[in-house]
Design a protein around this ligand. Structure first.
Ligand code: 5AD
Ligand code: FES
Length: 352
């Protein structure tokens, strides 16, 4: 590891921030030794705040119908080979019931931007879940909406909202999205969500087409300044029925490196070791935790729809029952000395 990298790691661990160009340098000049040093420090700070606990979120994929056409995404509206579905309210509640029995205390309702799920419908579902499971957190991940819609859902009881920013660079954003989508609106959503009072999650794909180390440095700067409660990063994986079918996937190595850096920037952030990471490497999720992540999100969707929520090729866990996923992950975490806990898993705000 060169001495500038060593100094930057030291400074990052002490101050939880670096100038933009230093983030870029840290990314460009990475090495196995630097990754190891960052990982060690990331695990140490994570350990001080969260111990050996790994939080679980039950992911319920409520609809793969989407009005958007993001170039990377397998459920984009122009993918006519995608078999569309949406879950009924009763099906969603049944997933929660099963999940509660399995020890989940957070339910994440994720879906494409499907107009069927109007504010009224989402609010009704959220309040029914909160009424039945007052000890659980409800997280929404339903894309871009107006401030008023976000307010209504918050008032109905939603606790958290996940909306990946995808990239913090405006030009790069433009290369990943059709022109009717805008970077400004994405950012507007994130700031609205935070002001309303949600615990907010952002995130990006690692190795997405056209991404440069300067773009990644901007992603890190954004996380440093926005201070999200949660963050999800995973490798980009091409989907065969998208314009990016022939593009290269992101790597485990760079994803884990960035997970460690993010942990040092924002020690208390709830950081997910993603399904995408588990898809490109059979031990990807374990490696993510060992790099500094502290959240996993097993699938709670009915097995009948899982294969259809295919954001990228070869997504794992599409044939497994919820109970299988849950015990599979418990075993994986145990194998590396961590423990999945039955807890809402809120961010601990004591330190930064
Ligand atoms: N590869 C990896 N991640 C993807 N996502 C969408 N498509 C892909 C892909 N091809 C991610 C996006 C989105 C989240 C739900 O899944 O970052 O925000
Ligand atoms: Fe789903 Fe292992 S987590 S099968």
């Amino acid at each position: 590891m060169n001495s500038r990298v060593a100094k930057l790691i030291e400074a990052l661990a002490a101050n939880h921030k670096l100038p933009l160009e230093d983030y870029e340098y840290l990314i460009q000049h990475r090495s196995d030794a630097a990754a190891e040093e960052l990982g060690k420090r990331a695990v140490k700070v994570r350990q001080e705040i969260y111990g050996n606990s790994v939080y679980v979120r039950g992911l319920i994929e409520i609809s793969n119908i989407c009005k958007n056409n993001c170039l990377y995404c397998g459920i984009r509206r122009s993918n006519y080979s995608c078999q569309r579905y949406r879950l009924s309210e009763e099906e969603i509640l049944a997933c929660c019931e099963e999940g509660y029995g399995l020890g989940f205390r957070t339910f994440v309702l994720q879906g494409g931007e499907d107009r069927y799920f109007s504010d009224e419908t989402v609010c009704r579902i959220v309040s029914r879940i909160k009424e039945r499971y007052p000890d659980c957190a409800v997280t929404l991940s339903l894309g871009e909406k107006s401030r008023e819609s976000y307010e209504k859902m918050y008032d109905a009881g939603a606790d958290r909202y996940l909306l990946r920013h995808e990239t913090a660079d405006r030009d790069h954003y433009g290369k990943l999205h059709p022109k009717e989508m805008s970077f400004e609106n994405r950012m507007r959503c994130l700031y609205d969500l935070k002001e309303i009072g949600y615990q907010v999650g952002c995130g990006f794909m690692v190795g997405s087409p056209f991404q440069t180390s300067s773009d990644l440095a901007e992603d890190l700067k954004f996380i440093e300044t926005f201070q999200p409660d949660m963050c999800g990063i995973g490798p980009f994986i091409p989907h065969q029925a998208t314009p990016f079918a022939g593009e290269k996937p992101g790597t485990v190595e760079l994803t884990c490196y960035l997970l460690s850096v993010i942990r040092l920037i924002h020690p208390s952030v709830l950081l997910t070791s993603t399904t995408a990471l588990g898809t490109i490497d059979p031990r990807g999720r374990e490696k993510g935790i060992l790099a500094g992540a502290n959240v996993v999100m097993p699938n709670l969707s009915p097995v009948s729809v899982r294969k259809k929520y295919e954001l990228y090729d070869n997504k794992i866990c599409t044939g497994d029952e919820s109970a299988q996923c849950r015990s599979c992950l418990a075993g994986r975490m145990k194998s590396i000395g961590y423990e999945i806990v039955t807890d809402r898993g809120d961010r601990k705000k004591s330190i930064t």
